[in-house]
Design a protein around this ligand. Structure first.
Ligand SMILES: [Zn+2]
Ligand SMILES: [Zn+2]
Length: 102
């Protein structure tokens, strides 16, 4: 099941389950849209992949207990700020390659 992580790994801004600006990579590394655009250049600092908007898990039990009340958000904060200079070097060779070809 998808981890709904509580904050941006870089700036530690809260990203509650209904946040529209949460972004994830395929490993569920979680950042805010501002950091993805302004610091990360759409390159995940942990795996080199790209980001997509994180889906919102329903807060109401529409069907079969598939909702936040049964499957709550993850509480473990992973605050691992990137070094912007080091990431600029890492992402420079990657960001020109579209995510589907990385
Ligand atoms: Zn952020
Ligand atoms: Zn990643």
């Amino acid at each position: 099941m998808l981890d709904l992580r509580p904050t941006c790994e870089h700036c530690n801004r809260p990203l509650p389950p209904d946040a529209l600006d949460a972004r994830i990579c395929s490993y569920e590394c979680t950042f805010c849209a501002t950091c993805v655009d302004s610091v990360l250049n759409d390159v995940c600092p942990n795996c080199g992949g790209g980001f997509v908007p994180r889906p919102i898990r329903p807060s109401r039990n529409w069907k079969g207990n598939n909702y936040l009340g049964h499957d709550p958000a993850d509480a473990r904060v992973r605050h691992r700020p990137v070094d912007p200079e080091a990431h600029a070097q890492f992402s420079a060779s990657i960001r020109t390659i579209p995510p589907e070809r990385r």
